[in-house]
Design a protein around this ligand. Sequence first.
Ligand code: MG
Length: 180
Amino acid sequence: MRIGIDLDDTICRTSEMVHEKMDEYSAKTNRDVLEIMSNELIREQFFDEYLPIIYKEVVIKHDVKDVIRRLRNKGNEIYIITGRKQSQIPNIMEITDKWLEDNGIEFDGLFTSAYGDTKADVCKREHIDLMVDDNPYNYKTIVGNGGKCLLFDDRDKYDLRQDYVTSWLAAEEYINKFRG
Ligand SMILES: [Mg+2]
C-alpha cells in the first residue's frame, strides 16, 4: 500500500514550536502575541526570521518513527506529502529532507503540494491509497477527489466520527486494518 503522510502537525509538533518561538519574539520585541498576529508586516517579519529555525528545531511526535518503520517493514511505501513552500524559505526541501533523516524517519519519497497542486491532486497523481493528515480541509478535498484520508487529531480539535485518530498507535491499528 502507498501511504501518504503530512508533515507539519502530523509527524512533528509545528504549531507548538510556532507558539514557543512567537513567545520568544514577543519578549524580544516587546510586542504582545496578539499584536504580532494581527499585524501583517510584523507577522511576516516573525516568520521570515523564525520559520527556518522552526523547521530545523521542530520536535517529532510520539511513536511516529516506530510506526512508520513497522509499516514499511510490512511492505507499505511511505510518501511524505507537505504543503511547505520554497517561497517561504529557499532551501525548504533540503531542510525538510535533513530533518526527516536526523529524526530517523524512513520514507520512500518526499512531495510538496505547494506549486499549484492541492494535496488531493498529489495523492491522485502518486496513486496514494491512504493519506494521513491533520488538516480537515485536506481530508475533505482528498475524499472529495475519490481518495481515502485518515484525519490525525492528537490535539482534539475536531469531532469527526470516522476515519479519525488521536495518536500514532491508533493510526497504526487503523492502517493495518485498512482495505481501501
Ligand atoms: Mg499538517
